[in-house]
Design a protein around this ligand. Structure first.
Ligand code: CA
Length: 228
């Protein structure tokens, strides 16, 4: 369930927003002044903020700026009719959309849904590492090569996921052991070499022009890719 923070000093407007958004399944947190907006943003970590511009103690633009310095959480500005210049300024400062007051409830809900869908789509995409025809989903823990699933042991998969997080960076055996096997591991470095060997075999059909697991003699291993 997505949480939405409403920052709006007019109680009646805030309530209308809350009622309609709750009706479609969102969880609502309300804030009625500017100075509490940021603390509440931190406390509730909302998925979206509806932010009024004219607040008694702190301007909505200032709050937007502060949110943007620390988060890419989507923000929809609530503007009064006729504040056209404000809207343009909003996009410059990183607002995702605006809703003009007075608003039509259905349209307001549609805008919120659209912005959330877009931001969650981006989030989803960042979990998928695509290197040419090799696709690694770091959340679902799946690997596809040319559309076919590559089945790996959990450990080999962890090695590949780690290398895929940092393409074209070289890691020593010790670093790989530390990150993948963990500190407690007291076996031999050879476990790394064997995992790499199995991974290479599993990715045998990967086009070398797109990438490969490279050995850098004396240094370690890297997932070397040309296409990101
Ligand atoms: Ca206001």
């Amino acid at each position: 369930m997505s949480t939405i923070l409403i920052v709006e000093d007019e109680f009646a407007i805030s309530q209308v927003l809350k009622v309609y958004l709750e009706k479609v399944g969102y969880q609502i947190v309300q804030c009625y002044n500017g100075s509490e907006a940021l603390p509440m943003f931190h406390e509730h970590q909302p998925h979206l903020v509806l932010l009024d511009i004219m607040l008694p103690d702190k301007n909505g633009w200032m709050i937007l700026k502060e949110i943007r310095q620390q988060s890419s959480c989507p923000v929809i500005m609530l503007t009064a009719l006729g504040e056209v210049d404000d809207r343009l300024a909003g996009f410059d400062q990183g607002a995702d959309d605006y809703i003009t007051k007075p608003f039509v409830a259905d349209e307001m809900v549609a805008r919120v849904k659209a912005v959330l869908r877009r931001s969650q789509g981006n989030e989803q995409a960042s979990f998928i590492k695509q290197f040419g025809q090799l696709e690694i989903d770091t959340r679902a823990h799946t690997v596809y090569l040319k559309g076919q699933e590559v089945v790996l042991t959990p450990r080999d998969l962890s090695v590949l996921l780690f290398l895929a997080e940092y393409p074209n960076q070289t890691f020593t055996r010790e670093q790989l052991i530390e990150h993948v096997w963990g500190w407690e591991y007291d076996g031999s470095d050879r476990a790394v070499d064997l995992a790499i060997k199995r991974l290479r075999k599993a990715l045998m059909n990967w086009d070398i022009r797109e990438g490969e697991i490279k050995t850098l003699r004396g240094l370690g291993y890297q997932l070397s890719v040309t296409k990101k």
